[in-house]
Design a protein around this ligand. Sequence first.
Ligand SMILES: [Zn+2]
Length: 115
Amino acid sequence: MLYGSSATLRFEASHIVIGHPDCGKPHGHTWSVTAHVSHEDLHEGYPRGGAGLGGCLEALVREVDGRDLKMMVPLIVATPTALAAWFFERISHDFPRLTRVDVCHRLEGGSVSRA
Ligand SMILES: [Zn+2]
């Protein structure tokens, strides 16, 4: 059997998505990010010790909270899916059993899953 654990945090950040009907001008959102990891032992909890998944996510959220995502993550257009990919890459260094990251704001969301 395969079990899953997750951590969710919210943060405030601004972005712009040129050409998007609602996000085409600089503005802010409350974003949420959820990271999911899998483990085979029910009592294993998170697959690695240390600060745990929540602590890892918290450290990354501190980097973007209250910031302009265009400046913090300059190589991507800050859509929910692109941010999910950014979080996935950063979290997967410490959590190789990371299976999915979801990012959303208001009614829009995006995700990245391990194939
Ligand atoms: Zn927006």
